[in-house]
Design a protein around this ligand. Sequence first.
Ligand SMILES: [Fe+2]
Ligand SMILES: [Fe+2]
Length: 136
Amino acid sequence: MVLIEWDDDFAVGSPALDKDHRDLIADINGLYEQLGSGEHDLTVIDFIDAVHDHAREHFVREEAVMLENDYPEYEDHKAEHERFLERLSELQDEYQDEEGNEDGGMSLWLSHWLINHFRVYDARLQPASEENKQES
Ligand SMILES: [Fe+2]
Ligand SMILES: [Fe+2]
């Protein structure tokens, strides 16, 4: 079962950023599947690492678009990205400490955070990222 389905609301109009958003959804769906399949813990840890790395790389690209466009909510938006990465690291540590005891809270938190962030924060980037379209 897929946890998050792509929705056109998740697009910001920049091909590079939209591809990142699709990839992040695929990562989280992959993690959800691994957690539900009873796979070896190491596989789950690899999936969490992938979500962390891809999110960090995406945030760097998105923040660059904001800076290039003098986006007024840059600081707030960047702080949200940082909180996400910190929380994901904590969840990863908790997962390791609890030796793989995960009740589904992690993938649910990830999906809620991502959907909310796309709709509330990233949706406001649309005019800025549209202007950037040619460069991406
Ligand atoms: Fe984003
Ligand atoms: Fe964002």
